[in-house]
Design a protein around this ligand. Structure first.
Ligand SMILES: [Zn+2]
Length: 256
């Protein structure tokens, strides 16, 4: 089983006979998703986007089920067999561990966005710093972010592990693919776990750049005409509008 901890993805597939029974009997697609959650969980941990047992990841399965990380486990030390499967009400249907206490947030996003197949929640330090300062990442400062992700709003605070947390996200989920959670962290989602994870990296990287502009004492947002060109390019390259565009300069930046 040490292969799992060493990140040897292909070795895992070949070492099928060494897997626990529950994994051997799992559908190939589900096994792939379990391995992907292990991989991206480890990447979250390696990049310092989570500490201790923070964060959670999930993938939508067929038949109204969700494959999700358990509670009380480092995201850097998970194995494929540690995952939990829940139904859309959050009831555990498979797995030996207890599901993450933030499952309500995942279920809300899946219920609201049929296009979303995977979700990543973490506490990357710079973006979470913005979330703790009450500052959303909505200034159009970097062309790639305007084109690839768009506006990253700030949801008000909700107590983790309660339905209040999901309620705070509800207004933003339909139109945004990444949300800052006040005094808490970040949630990102997409059509694959890879894309959901990449959005988390983009949010943290953009937060670092935004922080430097604050340290320099000035910002130079892209002009509206340039933003419109980027949105046109986004439609061309991605086929459709993926998320809300960065608001134009002058839009209020503080959370209401
Ligand atoms: Zn959290």
């Amino acid at each position: 089983m040490s292969d799992f901890r060493e990140g040897c993805y292909y070795a895992i597939v070949e070492a099928e006979s060494a897997l626990p029974y529950s994994l051997r009997s799992a559908m190939p697609t589900e096994r792939k998703y379990r391995e992907e959650i292990v991989r991206y969980g480890r990447m979250l941990h390696e990049r310092g986007f989570v500490a201790a047992m923070d964060g959670n990841l999930s993938v939508r399965l067929k038949g109204g089920r969700v494959l999700v990380t358990p509670t009380c486990l480092s995201k850097g030390a998970m194995r494929p067999a540690d995952m939990v499967i829940v139904d859309m009400q959050g009831h555990r249907v498979s797995g030996h561990r207890n599901v993450t206490s933030e499952i309500g947030m995942h279920l809300l996003i899946y219920a609201t966005r049929p296009d979303v197949q995977a979700i990543v929640h973490a506490h990357p330090p710079t973006a979470t710093g913005f979330a703790a300062a009450g500052v959303p990442l909505t200034e159009p400062l970097v062309c790639e972010v305007v084109m690839g992700l768009g506006c990253i709003p700030l949801a008000r605070y909700g107590t983790p592990g309660t339905s209040e947390l999901a309620q705070t996200l509800e207004p933003y989920v339909p139109n945004y693919d990444a949300i800052l959670m006040s005094n808490h962290g970040v949630v990102t989602y997409g059509d694959t776990l890879e894309h959901a994870y990449m959005k988390m990296e983009t949010v943290e990287h953009f937060a670092q750049i935004a922080l430097v502009t604050h340290l320099l004492g000035r910002q130079q947002p892209l002009k509206q005409v340039e933003i419109e060109k980027l949105l046109l390019a986004r439609t061309k390259y991605f086929g459709a509008k993926l998320a809300s565009s960065m608001p134009m300069p002058g839009i209020p930046q503080k959370v209401s």
